[in-house]
Design a protein around this ligand. Sequence first.
Ligand code: MSP
Length: 504
Amino acid sequence: MSFYITTPIYYVNAEPHLGHAYTTIAADILARHMRQRGEDVFFLTGTDEHGEPVAQAAEREGISPRELADRNSERFRDLVARVNATNDFFIRTSDPQHERVVQEVVQRIYDNGHVYAGTYEGYYCPRCADFKTEAELVDGNKCPIHLIVLEREKEDNWFFKLSAFQKPLEELYAERPDWVTPQSRYNEALSFIKQGLNDVSLSRARLRWGVPVPWDTSQVIYVWIDALLNYYTALSYAREGEDLTDRYWPARHLIGKDILKFHAVIWPAMLMAAEIEVPKSIFVHGYLLMDEHKMSKSLGNVIDPFEVMDRFGTDTLRFYVFREVNFGGDGSISAAGFETRYNAELANEYGNLASRTLAMIGRYRDGVVPDTPADEVLSADLAGVDARVREKLDVVDITGALEEIWTAVRRLNRYVQDEQPWKLAKDESAADRLDGVLYALAEGLRFVSVLLHPYMPESTGKLLEALGQPDVSYSSAAFGSAPGGARLGELAPMFPRIEPAAAA
Ligand code: MSP
């Protein structure tokens, strides 16, 4: 089966912040997990480069939009690599191949009779690149997200007949109750549709930085139409000489809640208008908050993900954001919270379990994992964890799956406390028992590490190597399935404790 997962494409009007790394890591966790299961995965991310957000930022810096896009797109590409994301392609909406397919699809929407010339009159936020209704404005006429004063605009442009898709969209929602999750977001999108849909601008007349409208090159295609199409266009040119569309389309999207309307309303309507299959699913996550506010460039409360990774490592960042904040809801993160979880869970629980297990096998069994059957009580306690992780990740419950794994990590630490191998080692007659305990620990560690691999690929990879069991396929995630007898390798301390002063 194919599994095509996407992130939103990021605006290049500013440097990346932790909020941007968030969706990319989430998509990577799912992509890696599905690859473990042997699925045919395609993982897409990239940058959204046209439109006012970028044109205006470039103007403020006194450079061309293309220069700004080239510079910042590189920063996002660096971030993707630095968080260890295994994306199969990085799309830029300024890629000529993308632009060509955008024009083709928009032309098809036009040829199918869903476009007309009209006049837009109303409010527009250049930072959101979004048309706002009066009801959405705050404090008189400010953008509810960017809190900047919006001007009333009047412009002749091309319109997409979104209103004509009211019924087909309602049918889509009725037929597929889980096509947008969590449920609250499905309800939000559906009630937006039921309120009655207005047609939307498909082009902008005043802007030059964009893809020209094929039948009227005096206008450029509205940036959201151009951007949404990235999910579709990428498959046509990601592999040279090969069109991957039939193999991977339709996509599963991960998005933040601020861009729900575009993805859950406008996007499926556009696809219907172009006679293209609508996405498989849309999962909507919440915000990472700092002091209870959305982390965002315009509010000036951003965390630099590069700095965090320099200090704590990539795996720690990948672990922390999904452990601390329930994926799907909003949640606060902080440097102090980061440090607490690092010490309490990565250093004391997982790291310590690994170092104790390896040290004891080294000391008591010359570094060779005993070959005995797995402890039955522990087997019974760990049975089903892999199935539950899988079920949770199938519904994008990244935090819930991690909690399942962490319960197993804690169970293993309790096993060490209960069995006290250091006492067994002093008792000749307990040699068999000690073999059993050490095998169970090596095996338990292997088991949780295979499950944790999508979350923390680097450290789990090193640990599995050291255990002499590098296989990360999901079928190997069965407690007791790997035989003993492996000789342990070296392992540098995985998550050395951070002293509070060093993290300040
Ligand atoms: N370019 C559009 C998306 C086009 S997709 C066809 C865009 N870009 S963005 O760079 O502003 O935001 C990209 C994503 O980052 C959004 O999903 C947004 O929700 C997410 N985040 C930005 N700040 C965030 C947090 N503080 N927390 C979590 N996610 C956040 O919108």
